[in-house]
Ligand binder design. Structure first.
Ligand SMILES: [Zn+2]
Length: 310
């Protein structure tokens, strides 16, 4: 029923789960809901559904019906909601394709997709930041003077580091130590997925241009008009209270792309795009200087500074 995964697929789904749970935790308006629909469609496509953007977006829209607007949820509840929406879609897909529901349920629980829903924010943060360093687990472990198997265990959420290990890992990854503090283990990094009206890409002359996100939006009321940063190309949808939510591309608009939710990012200089298997949103990882030779991204400013309380 579920396709075998490659690394890119897993990273895409992981990033989508990351961003979607963060949105549920902050409490979103209609702009955030439209972003959530895309992220959920990505989870479906990566781990259950078909490859049609229109179908998965529509199913994601169905799953969002009844989700209250502007109601922040605890992190565990947000993840449980995502997992249940994903389970429902997988079972529905099994029905559509004539797979026995019991067998489908069994396969689903064994699938990689399922393990992603169990990862707490600490494990997801370690994975995200590690991915952006472009270094192998062995290289990071050596730099942090940690035993080789530990990083993998923490990334799977099997165990958590002790205080000394947290400091060593933060140093090796280039993170301000507070990001790996115990108090953030269950707190998602919501600051990545909303901003206050400026783009964090750091391109000095960047402005915002309005443009169409989807040429044929499924739900016009959820805002087909996005703003695009002229510096990094990141599209945003804006809440009435002024919060900007970065939007993963889907569809056929200039900055968007077909499902794979995800593949073939469109970007001014073509190297980062909206690809969800890369660290995302691109505005945080964009560098006006481009990538270094090994394709390594700079750790975003927010992670190099101590986290804000809360
Ligand atoms: Zn930007």
């Amino acid at each position: 029923m579920l396709e075998l995964w490659n690394k890119g697929r897993e990273l895409r789904a992981l990033r989508a789960v990351d961003a979607a749970s963060a949105l549920l935790v902050v409490g979103i308006g209609e702009a955030g809901m439209a972003v959530l629909q895309r992220l959920l469609a990505t989870v479906f496509e990566c781990g259950a559904g078909g490859t049609s953007a229109a179908v998965e977006l529509s199913r994601a829209g169905d799953a969002l019906i009844g989700l209250p607007l502007d109601t922040p949820q605890p992190e565990a509840a947000a993840r449980a909601w995502l997992a249940e929406a994903h389970r429902q879609r997988a079972l529905e897909r099994a029905q559509e394709t004539g797979v026995d529901p019991d067998q489908a349920q069994e396969e689903l629980l064994k699938h990689h997709a399922w393990a992603l829903h169990q990862l707490d924010p600490l494990a997801r943060r370690i994975r995200l930041v590690h991915a952006s360093t472009g270094r192998t687990a062995a290289e990071v472990s050596r730099a942090a003077r940690l035993e080789g198997h530990l990083l993998a265990r923490w990334s799977r959420g099997a165990t958590r580091p002790d205080a000394g290990q947290r400091r060593a890992l933060a140093r090796a990854l280039g993170l301000a130590p507070g990001w790996l503090g115990v108090q953030r283990d269950t707190v998602p990094d919501t600051v990545l997925y909303q901003s206050d009206g400026s783009c964090p890409c750091g391109v000095g002359a960047a402005r915002f241009a309005a443009g169409t996100l989807d040429e044929r939006p499924l739900n016009a009321a959820w805002g087909k008009l996005g703003l695009f940063c002229t510096g990094c190309g990141q599209p945003y949808l804006v809440e009435p209270d002024g919060r900007f939510h970065p939007v993963p591309g889907i569809g056929t608009g200039r900055y968007a792309h077909q499902f794979g939710a995800i593949a073939d990012g469109v970007q001014p200089d073509g190297w980062l795009g909206a690809e969800l298997s890369r660290p995302w949103p691109l505005a945080h990882w964009y560098s006006p200087d481009g990538l270094n030779r090994r394709g390594v991204l700079q750790i975003p400013e927010i992670y190099r500074s101590p986290p804000a309380a809360g």
